[in-house]
Design a binder for this molecule. Sequence first.
Ligand code: NAP
Length: 256
Amino acid sequence: MFTSIAGRSVVVTGGSKGIGRGIATAFARAGARVVVTGRDKASLETACNEIGGATSYVIGDVSLREDCDRMAATTIERHGGIDVLCANAGIFPAARLDQMTAADLNRVIATNLNGTVFAVQACLDALTTTGRGRVVVTSSITGPHTGYPGWSHYGASKAAQLGFVRTAALELAPRGITINAVLPGNIATEGLDGLGEDYLDAMTASIPQRRLGAVTDIGNAALFFATEEASYITGQTLVVDGGQVLPESLQALAEI
Ligand code: NAP
């Protein structure tokens, strides 16, 4: 049994949909007060209504440092501080190298990498003040462990997040803050739906557990990193993928 985190102040970037919403739901069920962020007001309102509890939202774009500052300031106004930041907002538009524009590359890096760094910087003082600050970054297996045609820029951004986490862990340790990353495999979300049925069927077939992950699978992993019991873990990664990265070959997968 883990020590309760009821009452903790939690920010989840990209908490209006998909994995972020799953993370926000897991924290809200544990009694935390959650602020979700995103760019679209309607999705944020729907998410808050469905998550319930003390969940509220702030509209903002993580690729803009000033929006991240406003997100942190508003959370502090509402909750008196910030205990946990889940830096989750991310995008995964596909573009093969021979067609990728500079704008495609910049957009992915600005959201997935800069957005992670800006969110952490914006929450830094509040996370220090609480004395038990936690940062949980949503990375991916794509980049750190695997590749997929069309996602070289995305994979680079997700691997870059881990480089950030490792040095940030050193800088944040004296402040009593831990920072870790969850690496989801293929998780059923609105974002993934857009990739089509063929993609989803092929992905499911490549997962030893023969199912896509649920957003709650990632929510539970994020929640673990925020518990008292995880206080000695920092700079680490946790793959949550139903065993997807394990098979050495198609034969290994077929023989399961
Ligand atoms: P999703 O369903 O498309 O949700 C993405 C969330 O991020 C939404 O709330 C979106 O809201 C928000 N967002 C996107 N760009 C933003 C920006 N510039 N500023 C603020 N919020 C922004 O995607 P998802 O599948 O849940 O992915 C969430 C995270 O998990 C991403 O970091 C992704 O790389 C990672 N991940 C996903 C999978 C998967 O299988 N689904 C696997 C590995 C890793 P708005 O669009 O309204 O801003």
